[in-house]
Design a protein around this ligand. Structure first.
Ligand code: GRG
Length: 298
């Protein structure tokens, strides 16, 4: 049984399954317009930790979810995530040259292509989920709504807008947390809940428990990201080292300091574990993912 695999083997199997599904769901590179389709595949395939898909599968396992449906939800999330990275890297936003160890899309192609890749991936995400042939429309509609809310101005895009507006402004801790809960937390939460929604019906208590887990994991993800940014050099980051640490944008490390940020990440890991108590042993994968998110080195 998959649940019994060691964590690394389980993770590898999910990553491979999602990679295959993405490769078959994305338009073939020779299809017109070939440059756009090739750039979409360049963006999505062969890179990334696939954290959001892993959360989908770990959460789905608690609810006896159908594997094909989990793959659809995982791919849809990964397409939205990939689009956000492409746009975030553009000169009008973070202006980064490298992503996942390769030239960013506007560098490898051009700015207009990067814009279109993001737009097309967002549309492809919703099509991917809507075309799921193992879930009835009555199950799919709330999932599509959840994905839209997580990606839109009340979620990821809203968080990005707050982030852009906060350059040079001294956000307090609560404002920083709110920004990250939207910018990265909303999609991570959607991953956990969409995974569950591909399976048997959720009770309100289970939804609340998964929501509390997602909040803790979402914040931990960002706190760790800030710690990694503050402690890495430009060679390992592949981007402008110290950009945030230099004070352009508020971070957990700039507000709390390194030691307190590390303590906070550990506290959030414990909060994530505690939130999973109602699921008992069954939630092993979600606990392991919380550990991975806090202990990751990249
Ligand atoms: C442009 C609409 C729009 C949104 C951008 C998520 C985001 C919003 C920007 C990313 C900026 C950033 C680097 C945030 C730090 C946290 C983060 C999301 C890191 C990248 O996600 P990972 O670590 O990336 O899951 P991989 O490459 O592993 O998929």
């Amino acid at each position: 049984m998959t649940q019994m695999l060691p964590f690394a083997a389980w993770m590898g199997s999910v990553q491979a399954e999602v990679e295959d599904a993405l490769a078959s769901l994305l338009p073939a590179p020779h299809l017109v317009p070939a440059k756009l389709h090739e750039a979409m595949r360049y963006t999505v395939l062969g890179g990334g930790k696939r954290v959001r898909p892993l959360l989908v599968y770990a959460s789905g396992a608690l609810f006896d979810a159908d594997r094909a449906a989990m793959a659809r939800a995982a791919c849809a999330l990964e397409m939205i995530h990939a689009y956000s990275l492409v746009h975030d890297d553009m000169p009008c936003m973070d202006d980064d040259d490298l992503r996942r160890g390769k030239p960013t899309v506007h560098v490898a192609y051009d700015e207009a292509t990067a814009l279109l890749v993001g737009d097309a991936l967002q549309a492809q995400a919703f099509q991917t989920l809507a075309d799921s042939d193992t879930l009835a429309p009555a199950r799919l509609v709330p999932m599509l709504r959840m994905l839209a809310q997580a990606a839109g101005s009340g979620g990821m895009c809203g968080g990005q807008a707050i982030d852009l507006d906060s350059v040079g402004i001294a956000l307090n801790l609560a404002q920083l947390e709110r920004m990250h809960q939207l910018k990265t937390g909303a999609l991570l939460r959607a991953a956990v809940l969409l995974g569950a929604m591909t399976g048997t019906e959720l009770t309100d208590a289970q939804r609340d428990a998964l929501g509390a887990y997602s909040s803790a994991v979402g914040l931990a993800f960002q706190v760790v990201d800030d710690i990694l940014d503050a402690t890495a050099d430009s060679a390992t980051l592949g981007k402008t080292a110290g950009k945030d640490a230099a004070g352009n944008k508020p971070t957990y490390v700039s507000i709390l300091g390194l030691a307190a940020s590390q303590a906070l990440a550990q506290q959030l890991r414990r909060d994530a574990h505690d939130a999973l108590a109602p699921f008992g042993e069954q939630a092993l994968r979600l606990r392991e993912l919380a550990d991975l998110i806090v202990q990751r080195k990249a």
